[in-house]
Write a protein that binds this ligand. Structure first.
Ligand code: GUN
Length: 290
């Protein structure tokens, strides 16, 4: 048996197009474009690539993109002042400070300064709290994108399904577990200290792997027919000398022989993150104008 491939790239393109429709409607009704501000501190190459793609996608969806770049020697005060300026800018509906920040800057402090109602990343403690108690707020983009892919395949209501989330980060694992719980799945959070991880995964109808360890989840850990969502993006040496390739946290070849459906890397979860970011920004724009 060979698993269905969950085409996150196509799903994300569709979502971006829908968001673009709302963005056009918003502009007509309100007389301004929705706007997303992205702040990048320093020269981290991966962050530069992400920020550039976010800016491009924002403009392609018919929104304004405001990019702010600070030197890697910028002081925390400088960064906090910029965030406060964006908080009070009426044209800015969403604020994203690209992580990781240089070591001398306190990420928690910076995130705490973002207006929770412009925190389209969903990283502010207020939004984490809202998610925990089931209030409306912003949900981190990657886990929300994973939930969309799961519900597209399995239906909105995940009652009766066992889900295992591997990884307990604030950005993916914890919010993912909460979203699955809210959708009525029975959820286990597994992590580096979990005993007999293969056995825990074997019970799962839904596996979300978000550990950042290349191909750690093996094919024979997967329950036949399970839906596998691979959040990992790991760069490993390729067969060809000097080249690299991207792999997920799941052994794709092995798992796709057993699973019912699986997200590929690349082209699975990855493209969903930016699409959901645009969606969150549009939600923010409408909330702020109503
Ligand atoms: N760095 C890597 N992914 C993300 C993200 O989704 N949001 C922010 N702010 N930084 C990131």
């Amino acid at each position: 048996m060979s698993a269905d491939v969950i085409d996150g790239k196509a799903f994300a393109a569709n979502l971006r197009e829908k968001v673009g429709g709302f963005a056009a409607e918003f502009e007509k009704a309100v007389g301004r474009k929705a706007g997303l501000a992205v702040v990048l501190v320093g020269e981290d190459p991966a962050s530069q690539v992400y920020v550039r793609s976010k800016g491009k996608a924002t403009i392609a969806a018919g929104m304004n993109s405001y990019e702010h770049r600070l030197d890697d020697t910028a002081s925390e005060e400088e960064l906090l002042n910029l965030v406060e300026k964006l908080n009070s800018d009426p044209n800015v509906d969403g604020i994203l400070v690209q992580l990781p920040l240089p070591d001398h800057l306190d990420e928690q402090n910076v995130i705490a300064t973002i207006d929770p109602d412009k925190d389209v990343d969903g990283f502010h403690i207020i939004n984490a709290g809202r998610l925990a108690v089931g209030q409306d707020g912003f949900v981190p983009c990657t886990p929300l994108g994973c939930l969309m892919l799961l519900q597209d395949r399995l239906g909105e209501d995940l009652s009766g399904l066992n889900a295992v989330v591997i990884g307990r980060s604030n950005i993916v694992g914890k919010p993912m577990a909460q979203l699955l719980t809210a959708a009525n799945a029975t959820v286990t959070i597994a992590h580096s200290r979990t005993k007999d991880l293969p056995e825990v995964v074997r019970r799962a109808d839904i596996v979300v792997a978000a550990v950042g360890r290349s191909e750690m989840v093996k094919g024979d850990w997967i329950k036949p027919g399970a839906t596998v969502i691979d959040v990992g993006i790991n760069r490993v040496p390729a067969a060809e000398e000097g080249k690299t390739r991207l792999v997920g946290d799941v052994d794709y070849t092995g798992a796709s022989e057993v699973a019912g459906a699986i997200t590929p890397v690349p082209g699975g979860v990855g493209p969903m993150t930016i699409a959901v970011l645009l969606r969150n920004t549009m939600v923010s724009a409408y909330r702020r104008e109503n």
